[in-house]
Design a protein around this ligand. Structure first.
Ligand SMILES: Cc1ncc(COP(=O)(O)O)c(C=O)c1O
Length: 426
């Protein structure tokens, strides 16, 4: 696409980024490895792992009043502030749980339980965490489940396919920000506005897990009711998910320790290490933002940082697809098909969905692995992929998911290996 950015990070910034990550070029067994599987769990920041272990070492309960307890409370407060800033959640509640999926189930079920018989609209490319939550809640609370169809060429859900299902009985619309399989990105602000035009009362919930590390999130501006994220997909740790809930839905009857506020969604004691490490993720994003726009405003730094990450990722995607004057990109390598990207243009996340004419996706993944490149095959044999692949008329893809910390050299190595695999020479 001509309007896609092609410029990579400046050298000094790239050096900072390279030095910030663990296992960027080598796996824990000290084997060389290019990790292009970040949609399965992103490369981790050193600072995140350090903060996690520092806070995990403390036995103190933050509810006490001694100095260490007060310090831990500050960490939790800062982490909560950072979640709000990252999402631009000016009002509403922030919820934490072990996984993003668990939060989605809680949120969907709470809304479904609070409404009379109506319908729930979801989409064919939702991750099972939101799709299954909608199906479960529809069955449990007597709502009709309606599923918006995908456009197989782009791997996205056209807004018209959602709107035709929304009526005055629609209780809830669940739509994914960015597909973790096709890489298609949805303009949630536009989608939410059009859905609300059809039914101003319907609740809009967004799965932000894949989109969060790659583009700016603004729940205030988008006027949605809920959105979840998973830090382990955004350079943070596994074991926690966060969600935003609007004032409107935060106080609906839900699982809650009854002595706490009506809009409190945190059941039981918080894990301080999760907050400390999320603050480190935000510090890192801000550091990138600061390189381009030295301001003291943390939200502005987040926006700048994420926008710069997005631009770098568009440059990586461009090189992956179009190559260089010396090297063919994936779109020009014989026997390789690139799905979705051309139709999506700049609305394609840094996820490349490939198939090879002469070799199965599982074998391709194996061959990349033998050449020190980690990618993943999404196959219809997996519950996580089946419905989504069927929605776009495929039964398997090789998913290639680098992130912004990767370099043109990484891409070139990947292209070289791709050519050899496609020629049957490795
Ligand atoms: C788009 C998307 N949504 C939700 C999830 C669920 O995340 P978790 O398994 O951490 O609950 C994932 C995980 O792969 C995902 O990719």
């Amino acid at each position: 696409m001509s309007d896609r950015n092609t410029e990579f990070f400046p050298k000094q910034l790239q050096e900072f980024i390279t030095s910030s990550f663990l296992y960027l070029d080598q796996d824990p067994y000290e084997n060389n490895r290019i990790f292009f599987e970040n949609a399965g769990g992103a490369l981790r920041l050193k600072s995140v792992v350090e903060a996690q272990s520092r806070l995990s070492a403390l036995p103190d309960c933050p509810e006490r009043t001694h100095d260490i307890a007060l310090g831990i409370r500050k960490v939790i407060e800062q982490g909560t502030k950072d979640i709000r800033l990252f999402l631009n959640a000016k009002a509403g509640s922030v919820a934490t749980s072990l996984t993003a999926s668990k939060l989605m189930f809680e949120m969907v079920t709470t809304v479904a339980a609070a409404s009379q018989h109506g319908n729930i609209v979801t989409t064919a490319i939702e991750h099972p965490s939101s799709y299954d939550a909608c199906q479960f809640a529809a069955e449990q609370y007597n709502h009709e489940l309606r599923v918006a169809k995908a456009d197989p060429t782009s791997g996205n859900i056209p807004i018209s396919n959602i709107l035709e299902l929304v009526d005055d009985q629609t209780v809830l619309v669940s739509v994914i920000l960015t597909s973790n399989i096709t890489g298609a990105m949805h303009d949630i602000q536009k989608y939410a506005a059009e859905i609300k035009q059809k039914n101003s009362q319907t609740i809009i919930m967004v799965d932000g897990v894949q989109g969060a590390p790659h583009g700016v999130i603004d729940v205030d501006d988008w006027k949605i009711d809920a959105l979840n994220i998973a830090p382990y997909k955004m350079f943070g740790n596994r074991g926690v998910g966060f969600a935003y809930l609007s004032d409107r839905i935060a106080s609906l009857p839900h699982h809650r320790l009854l002595a706490t506020d009506k809009d409190n969604w945190n059941v039981g004691s918080p894990t301080p290490a999760d907050f400390a490490s999320f603050t480190k993720v935000i510090d890192y994003i801000c550091e990138i933002g600061h390189y381009f726009n030295p301001t003291d405003d943390r939200r502005k730094l987040i926006v700048e940082g994420i926008n710069r990450i997005h631009l770098q990722e568009q440059a990586i995607l461009n090189r992956l697809v179009n190559g260089t004057s010396e090297m063919n990109g994936t779109k020009d390598i014989s026997n390789v098909t690139v799905h979705f990207e051309e139709v999506n243009g700049v609305n394609q996340d840094l996820i490349l969905a490939l198939t090879f004419d002469n070799i199965s996706c599982a074998d391709v993944v194996q061959k990349y692995g033998e050449n020190n490149i980690l990618v993943y095959a999404r196959e219809s044999s997996s519950h996580y992929s089946k419905r989504i692949l069927e929605a776009v008329n495929l039964n398997a893809i090789v998913r290639v998911s680098p992130i912004h910390c990767h370099t043109p050299e990484d891409v070139d190595k990947f292209l070289e290996v791709t050519r050899l695999i496609a020629e049957g020479n490795v």
